[in-house]
Write a protein that binds this ligand. Sequence first.
Ligand code: PA5
Length: 475
Amino acid sequence: MTKQRRHRQDPIKLDFEELFSSPGGIARDDYEALLPRLASLRDEVGRHDVELWESGHDIPPEKRPLDAGFIPLPERLLADYETQRSDSELGRILQVASELSERVDRVVLLGIGGSYMGARALMDACCPPYYNELPRGERAGRPRLYFEGNNVDNDATTGLLHLLQMPAGSTPDWAIIVISKSGGTLETAVALRQFVRALQEGGIDGEELGRRIVPVTGPGSKLSRLADALGCPYRFPVPEGVGGRFSVLSAVGLLPAAVLGLDIVALLQGAVAMNRRFLETDPAENPVLQYVAIGHLMEQQRGATIRVTNVWSKALESLGLWYDQLLAESLGKEGIGATPLTAVNTRDLHSRAQQHQEGRPDKFHTHVVVENWRTDPLEVGTIGTNEDGLDALSTVTLPQIMAAAIDGTREAYREAGRPGCVLRLPELREYTLGQVFQFWMLATVVEGRLLGINPYGQPGVEAYKRNMNRILGRS
Ligand code: PA5
């Protein structure tokens, strides 16, 4: 069923020629005229801001917060791993992940927003579908992974607690990874209580309780103090200067990925490769700058204020939602910033495509296309009757039908004056995901600087938290 897994390091590719030749697109001259400005923003974001952040002082008020730490992070983690192996952060992540795998069959990840969405995207993109339903052998001996603490949904929490319950007399076979940079987010903190209590009720206490809870948090946070009280021996930091939605390539995403047995070195290598393309490639060949240019011009000239990420694989829905958060929280400020929307095709062709084709022309489409499927192609086949009229397609495969749907949709959108771009992913593996994460994070920051918005921080989210706490009578 599954093809031989080769380790490839192919680059992701951006294809947007149709924007220059179709009605509803943009003029090549305008695009080319924008590139020098983007090249100077690339230097500001990738060099000047990183140096400013590293120096730790003289950060001008309009640049605060300056969370540029995500840019050099992949290189740093890999370099430390190269020289210090098991003493490096990556070495410790791998060690704790394998210890968890040996001790338990299920892990509950508690976290919300940037402390959740990256891990979810990695699991859905790189693990087989229905991973949690597979027997342990088919999970390469790795634990199942569940996500909670991303809501305060009574039924969902109860449902998972119920699922985790063990027969009378057996010890719980699960552990918790709790991720919160601030360490005080109510959704995550409340869930932690529920799940710690369930471990305690299952007879886990003392040293063993501490070993079953792995916090990933900022220094001195409430969660860090709670971890002291519970005696948690394993902890990981959310590095200074790395904002929540920019933290997927820190322990926030790497620890859960390692628990799932994913190749976190390849993930970081993919990000390093994208950093290099961003910093070293000529603007006209630079996918990050190209992506910013076309999205910006489509918004300014065509009123395309909605960015639709059309993912042509079910495994990429969570990646689309991760990008939705990144774009929304980074650029949705000061009354501007494009609105992100993920569509999963072909599913959403049957729900959204009518509007995308004929509704308000306020959308810019990015089609995320995977070039190689993980599994062997399924044929339509025969079933001894042709009432459904499919015999003529009996030797056609699902990937061929998908390719026809992609080409047919793009052609229809183009003819309706709604051209877009294609982000081509060679395959759904860690190296590809590392490139994509870094690609979108860098593009978002460059676009923020282009718009004159600080892409870091999310001041608007604080108001609901203040109100909620007031209503709950919390100071
Ligand atoms: O991008 C962000 O910073 C936010 O989405 C946070 O990740 C989210 O609010 C969760 O915060 P914390 O990790 O502090 O619990």
